[in-house]
Design a protein around this ligand. Structure first.
Ligand code: PMV
Length: 320
């Protein structure tokens, strides 16, 4: 009745922003991501007849704030009539700060919950279950380059390319390690309800997905860079034009973008992407990771830089 799983966060190159069904947490658009290797969340789930309530411990501290979402995730995977659980989670990077911690946390929780309840689900089923807790978590059930497609009543996931066949590097510049002000569900709904750009964002997504998918299949770095930056800035434009506006960036976020523009001008193969937080993720070819890491470390306002390769799918691990 106990199982442990590890999942890596993933970074979207073509973003998921907006829901077509809030109740079932179905995304309004498809997305394409890369799963990282160096960042991880490890989750243990222990089901016990001795517990009256679920318990959650995050990085050695009891957490009440995340507990309802974790409990709902366990209900989704195991069923609401399940035993109560003791859930222990540990991440090696700041959580809830726009670093995709919910993706790795819910991917790992889903795999650990299925393991604890002895449910042998296929990866795609696990991905759909994880996606009900956090849309981006579905993608962390796969490694390397991953596409999430909307289909009639659900989501379909495809591994576009494995980790080794195009070993890009991601340099994450952390400009503010604290938790973000607005969670993504609330922010997406605000965008849908108030942003004048929301509809065109949704309309153009298929085209961006087609361009990015083709670039990944051809290993066309310049093509991927152009569409990924464009898609990221469009998502943030939707947020900025919402009422009230949602600006997740700080001044260091801008400084990082300027640093990366300068490096691009010097011939460096790098592009940026930014999620619902002020951190900047610089995606680059392996030979350029060192110079990108150094330049971002020296950028005003950057507090920490983490470099990662592309990583594997979420998986169960043995725990003595
Ligand atoms: O999965 P959520 O609900 O945390 O939303 C993720 C939203 C973005 O990170 C901004 C984009 C994405 O595709 O990961």
């Amino acid at each position: 009745m106990q199982a442990t799983a590890i999942a890596q966060p993933n970074i979207a190159l073509i973003k998921y922003w907006g829901k077509r069904d809030v109740e079932r947490n179905l995304p309004a658009v498809g997305s394409i991501s890369i799963t990282l290797s160096e960042l991880y969340t490890e989750v243990s789930v222990e089901l016990s007849p001795d517990l009256q309530e679920d318990e959650l411990c995050v990085n050695d501290e009891e957490s009440q704030s995340m507990l309802p979402r974790i409990s709902r995730c366990l209900d989704t995977v195991i069923g609401a009539a399940r035993l109560r659980a003791r859930v222990t989670s540990r991440s090696n990077f700041p959580i809830a700060a726009g670093l995709a911690s919910s993706a790795s946390a819910f991917a790992a929780t889903t795999v650990a919950a299925a393991g604890a309840a002895n449910l042998a689900y296929e990866t795609e089923i696990l991905a759909r279950l994880a996606g009900q807790a956090s849309g981006s978590a579905a993608r962390s059930l796969y490694g390397g380059f991953v596409e999430l497609k909307n289909s009639a009543d659900t989501i379909d996931l495809t591994a576009l390319r494995d980790v080794d066949s195009w070993p890009l590097q991601v340099v994450v510049a952390i400009t503010e390690p604290g938790p973000k002000a607005t969670g993504s569900t609330e922010a997406m709904e605000l965008s849908r309800e108030t942003s004048p750009f929301y509809d065109s964002w949704i309309e153009q997504q298929e085209q961006d997905l087609d361009i990015a998918r083709a670039a990944i299949l051809k290993r066309d770095f310049a093509g991927l860079a152009t569409v990924a930056e464009h898609n990221c800035l469009k998502m943030h434009s939707v947020m900025w034009a919402s009422r009230p506006p949602m600006v997740y960036w700080n001044s260091a976020t801008m400084h990082c973008m300027q640093t990366l523009r300068r490096l691009q001008g010097e011939g460096c193969k790098v592009f940026f992407t930014i999620d619902a937080g002020p951190q900047v993720k610089a995606v680059c070819l392996p030979g350029d990771a060192e110079v990108v890491g150094q330049a971002l470390t020296e950028t005003p306002g950057v507090q920490k830089v983490m470099t990662s390769g592309l990583g594997p799918a979420a998986r169960a691990v043995d725990k003595a």
